[in-house]
Design a protein around this ligand. Structure first.
Ligand code: NAD
Length: 333
């Protein structure tokens, strides 16, 4: 039985606790949140699980094998470091840390202690992203041209991170998982309308071979949109995550060009074939992610969403922040 301690029982923590506690080979041995009100919610959801307001009680407990850090971003580093120092594996929320230096320190510490770090890039465990990755790997889309994601809604404004650090880890981790080559540079623009934190941002990531990615994140949108387009040489795909049935649509559309004599004589042929909606594996992403975390501990595997995966995303977030500060200057990564 793998015993999990959950730090942070706000909005996301209950989902993590429920998923670990309902696994056969795991149990949540303790939940910690400095906010007393979390105790009542825990009592209703998981009445047998002990509660504390003191993180050290959980982190120092000899009866806990792994700690899930589901707290605000500013606390991730300190809590994960204490967990690793106390010999616990770490399951940690996105974004992994507030800086790449913090991420590197945690990765080094975990390596030295032979402990696992898994960063909760939840979308990588959704049926939609698994299917997209499979289509790309099988060559169904052909060579990729672009990845374009729109993740906008009204709020929820965060107090410690801007909209990039809050929402873009989702799209950047999916992009990293699907494109799988090393980005070259990041260009980002954005604006802060209320305080010192950007509430809207546009991030462009350049890859080798003319592959380009774009992520639009916005807390000031009147409507919620979760749509991603992926264009390839052979097929193009639209993923609408708000659809319940046909989340993915693959279009047999594209262009082919023939050179004419000069630039004005480029002959463009448009292809407009069938559209199909591939089956997407049902089920909650966190359930398969929790199983995978337990597998990695039991079988001593390195998760693909490990600390290095978290670090790659933190580096992109840092580059986006730097580019915004310099009004869209290209920042090499
Ligand atoms: N993977 C996802 O899809 C997803 C979704 C939502 C949030 N998140 C991430 O989860 C984390 C938490 O977000 P949230 O929306 O639940 O925030 P939240 O503010 O609703 O909850 C955070 C909780 O952590 C508690 N906390 C603060 N310091 C603590 C400490 N030292 N020890 C223990 N508990 C502490 C707070 O009292 C609060 O109850 C963030 O990193 C966020 O990015 C991920």
């Amino acid at each position: 039985m793998i015993r999990i301690g959950v730090l942070g029982y706000g909005y996301w923590g209950p989902n993590i606790a429920r998923n670990f506690h309902s696994r056969e080979r795991a149990e949540v041995a303790m939940v910690c949140d400095p906010n007393e009100r979390a105790a009542a919610r825990l009592k209703k959801a998981l009445p047998s699980v002990p509660f504390t307001t003191d993180p050290r009680e959980l982190l120092c407990s000899p009866n806990i094998d792994a700690v899930a850090v589901i707290t605000p971003v500013r606390t991730h580093f300190e809590l994960a470091k204490l967990a690793l120092e106390n010999g616990k594996h770490v399951f940690i929320e996105k974004p992994f840390t507030q800086s790449s230096a913090q991420a590197e320190e945690l990765i080094e510490l975990a390596d030295r202690k032979n402990l696992k770090i898994m960063v909760d890039h939840t979308f990588l465990f959704t049926g939609a992203v698994k299917k997209i990755r499979q289509l790309v790997d099988d060559g169904a889309l052909g060579d990729l041209y672009y990845y374009d994601a729109l993740r906008v809604n009204l709020g929820l404004f965060q107090h410690d991170v801007n909209v990039i650090w809050d929402l873009a880890p989702h799209d950047l981790s999916i992009m990293d998982h699907v494109i799988r080559s090393k980005p070259e540079a990041v260009v980002a623009t954005g604006a802060k309308h209320f305080n010192e934190l950007e509430d809207i941002a546009f991030i462009t990531v350049y890859f080798p071979n003319k592959v380009i990615a774009h992520v639009n994140v916005n807390w000031l949108s009147p409507v919620k949109v979760r749509t991603t387009l992926i264009g390839g040489e052979k097929k193009m795909l639209v993923w609408n995550d708000l659809e319940t049935d046909e989340k993915l649509k693959v279009y047999d559309k594209g262009v082919s060009v023939q050179d004419g004599q000069g630039i004005h004589e480029l002959l463009v042929n448009y292809r407009s074939g069938d559209m199909w909606s591939p089956r997407v594996e049902p089920g909650e992403a966190l359930t398969s992610e929790a199983e995978y975390f337990l597998d990695c501990i039991e079988k001593n595997l390195t998760p693909f969403n490990d600390g290095n995966n978290g670090l790659r995303i933190v580096k992109l977030l840092e580059a986006a922040d730097k580019s915004i500060r310099n009004r869209g200057e290209a920042v090499p990564v």
